[in-house]
Every structure is written in structure tokens, then in C-alpha cells.
Design a protein around this ligand. Structure first.
Ligand code: SAM
Ligand code: DTB
Ligand code: SF4
Length: 351
């Protein structure tokens, strides 16, 4: 099974092909993913993004995994849209901690048009600190996407969450097609797309394969692909879901790396429940981004200093964002660096 035809990323995956990638012997899969990773990225760099919940709880949607849905009693304290100063303060702390991207999330089905000026100001202020910006605010219309792009938003996060087939078990208040429409609006507005999903929700392997197939068969691969392990929150319908086999999680990361070779694959929510060995294996499988700093949106994340220690022990350094370089320049620099070291680093699979 070839993950690429020639050197071009593919957009024509069938589920059988994706399942064949998943079901290779573990070591073969990891080896192929690591070789693919080294073709496109520095294997010893990880991009750090910090999350802030800018509007918390009381969400009208019924996503069964989510502590912020108004339908489940999770004891979460709701908060209105934060003031701009609170957002700038949090972004400064994230930057000082070594984060290169600031991701602002709101518990909305979709933003009201009246909210757009306030979030646009947040984007401008955070960018002026020299950080990349990302937002996740729910469904976006064409016009709203254009306004966020105009304000300079670099990435918009909107997850497909799972396969088309399993989706109805997870959310009933918006359709899979609604999500694809938002992704198309974001792409057409010129922003970078961050889209991924959650595993460990009781789905089957064919659903994990289906999620990756949908993402990789989009007309352009998302630049960022967050793979979240379900954070089981008391009060949500998924609070007592069985644990996913950790090796199956690693396989999901490796298959994402093979199918979307140039995308950043983010080892996202759920790291609090992963040991260091599992996280190291995820980096080996091609994950090259994490959420960094002590909180995700509403749930805990590993402490910044313990992450720095882990990265240090693995010889991994945080990727620097150079606000004065465009992404083409950054890619050219990376390829020059990779070519210089081509022969010292690559090793080939036997047989
Ligand atoms: N309300 C917006 C939306 O749903 O598009 C943006 C915020 S929402 C919290 C962003 C994403 O966080 C969801 O699409 C889901 O993939 C992820 N997420 C939420 N709760 C989670 C949980 N308990 N475990 C893992 N991921 C979760
Ligand atoms: C994504 O894929 N994961 C992040 C981010 N995008 C917005 C959110 C994870 C949320 C985990 C549960 C919580 O902290 O509320
Ligand atoms: Fe609302 Fe987003 Fe949570 Fe769904 S995932 S309940 S839309 S905050």
C-alpha cells in the first residue's frame, strides 16, 4: 500500500486502503510513518499551541463528549465572552512560556454577527504580540470567514470529530455536511484549516479510518490535524466510555502522518492520561504539534514545565514561529536543512 503516488499527496483514498495501513504490523507502520515524517519535517521539532476558552459553557449543541454542552450537568462554571485585556494577558503568558500559536475557543454553535468585531480585535491584538492565531467558534458562514481572514486569523479549527457513519451517535444538532460546509468556507477565505477529530468515543477502527479518509480526501489537506483522545468528563454521556488501546491511538497518528504527509499532526486532548512513553511513541509516529500550557479549554493539560522536561529528554525543541517570514520561505528553509542532512539521517526499511 503506497501512501503517495509519486511525490504527490493523495486525495482519493478508499476505506479499504486506509484499513490496510492501520493493520500493518505495528513496527512496519511506525517505521513508514517516521520515514514519511522525515521527508517533510524536522523530526526533532514540535509546534506548541496554547488554548484559551474565550466563552465558556452553556452551549446549545449536544456533542456527547463535551463538558460545555448546556444539556449535561458537568458542574462547569459558564462565562461570557472575555474582555480583550484578559485575552491579551493570557496570550502574553503563553508566548513567554514558549508557545508559538494562540488558539481561542468559544462554546458557540456559531458566532453571532454581532460578536465578530470583538473576536476580530482579539485576533489583531494577539497577532501584534508576534504569535500565530487560531480560533474555533463553531460553524462559520462565508461572510464570517471572510471577516476573520481580513482580521488576519491564521488558522480556523473545526473538527469533523469522527466518521460519517458514527457521527449520528455523537451529535444530532448539526450535520456532517454542516461541518464540511464550514471547512469549505474557511478554505475559500484563504485561512489555513485545522481539522481533525476525537478517538476513544466507542467508535470502531473503521470509523477512525473513515475520519482520516474524509480529512485526506478534502480538496486540500488541512494544514493542521488534531487527533484528540476523548477526555472523559463526569456528567457527559461519554463519561464511562471504555479506554481505547494505546497502540490503536498510536496507529491513528501514524496513519494520519502517512495520508497527510505535509500536515502538522497534533497530539491533542488527552495527554493528561498518557504516560511519557506513549507520548514519545506518538512523536515517533509523526505527531509534531501539541497543546501546551496547563489547561485545554476547560480540562487540565500537562504542566508546561513537565512538557519542557519531556521534550528535553527526547531532544525535541519547540518550533519557532517567525512572524516576518512567509510560510513558503519557512518551507524552503526547512527543505534546505533537510537536504543538507539527507544522508546522515535516512535509513531504509529492509526487504
Ligand atoms: N464550539 C465549537 C465547535 O464545536 O466547533 C468550538 C469549541 S469545541 C470544544 C472544539 C473541539 O474540541 C470539538 O470539536 C472536539 O473535537 C474537541 N473536544 C471537546 N470536548 C472534548 C473532549 N471531552 N475530549 C476530546 N476532545 C474534545
Ligand atoms: C481540538 O481539536 N482540541 C481542542 C481544540 N481543538 C479546540 C479542544 C480540546 C477540548 C478538550 C476538552 C476541554 O478542555 O474542554
Ligand atoms: Fe458546543 Fe463545541 Fe462543545 Fe459541541 S463541542 S457542545 S459545539 S462547545
Amino acid at each position: 500500500m503506497s501512501a503517495q503516488k509519486g511525490s504527490l499527496p493523495r486525495h482519493d483514498w478508499t476505506r479499504e486502503q486506509v484499513l490496510a495501513l492501520f493493520n500493518q504490523p505495528f513496527n512496519d507502520l511506525l517505521f513508514d510513518a517516521q520515514v514519511m515524517h522525515r521527508k517533510h519535517f524536522n523530526p526533532n521539532q514540535v509546534q506548541l499551541s496554547t488554548l484559551l476558552s474565550i466563552k465558556t459553557g452553556a452551549c446549545p449543541e449536544d456533542c456527547k463528549y463535551c463538558p460545555q454542552s448546556a444539556r449535561y450537568d458537568t458542574g462547569l462554571e459558564k462565562e461570557k465572552l472575555l474582555q480583550i485585556d484578559q485575552v491579551i494577558e493570557a496570550a502574553k503568558i503563553a508566548k513567554a512560556s514558549g508557545s508559538s500559536r494562540f488558539c481561542m475557543g468559544a462554546a458557540w454553535r456559531s458566532p453571532h454577527d454581532r460578536d465578530i468585531p470583538a473576536v476580530a480585535q482579539m485576533i489583531r491584538e494577539v497577532k501584534s504580540l508576534g504569535m500565530e492565531t487560531c480560533m474555533t467558534l463553531g460553524m462559520l458562514s462565508e461572510d464570517q470567514s471572510a471577516k476573520l481572514a481580513d482580521a488576519g486569523l491564521d488558522y480556523y479549527n473545526h473538527n469533523l470529530d469522527t466518521s460519517k457513519e458514527f457521527y449520528g451517535e455523537v451529535i444530532t444538532t448539526r450535520t456532517y455536511q454542516d461541518r464540511l460546509n464550514t471547512l469549505a468556507n474557511v478554505r475559500n477565505s484563504g485561512m489555513k484549516v485545522c481539522a481533525g477529530g476525537i478517538v476513544g468515543m466507542g467508535e470502531e477502527q473503521q470509523d477512525r479510518a473513515g475520519l482520516l479518509m474524509e480529512l485526506a480526501n478534502l480538496p486540500v489537506h488541512p494544514e493542521s490535524v488534531p487527533i484528540n483522545m476523548l477526555v472523559k468528563v463526569a456528567g457527559t454521556p461519554m463519561a464511562n466510555e471504555a479506554d481505547l488501546d494505546p497502540f490503536e491511538f498510536i496507529r491513528t497518528i501514524a496513519v494520519a502522518r502517512l495520508m497527510m504527509p505535509k500536515s502538522y499532526v497534533r497530539l491533542s486532548a488527552g495527554r493528561e492520561d498518557m504516560n511519557e512513553h506513549m507520548q514519545a511513541m506518538a512523536f515517533m509516529a509523526g505527531a509534531n504539534s501539541i497543546f501546551y500550557c496547563d489547561k485545554l479549554l476547560t480540562t487540565p493539560n500537562p504542566k508546561a514545565n513537565s512538557d519542557m522536561q519531556l521534550l528535553g529528554r527526547l531532544g525535541i525543541v519547540p518550533e519557532e514561529y517567525q512572524a516576518d517570514k512567509d510560510s513558503q520561505q519557512q518551507e524552503d528553509d526547512l527543505h534546505r536543512a533537510l537536504n543538507e542532512h539527507k544522508n546522515d539521517h535516512l535509513f531504509y526499511r529492509a526487504g
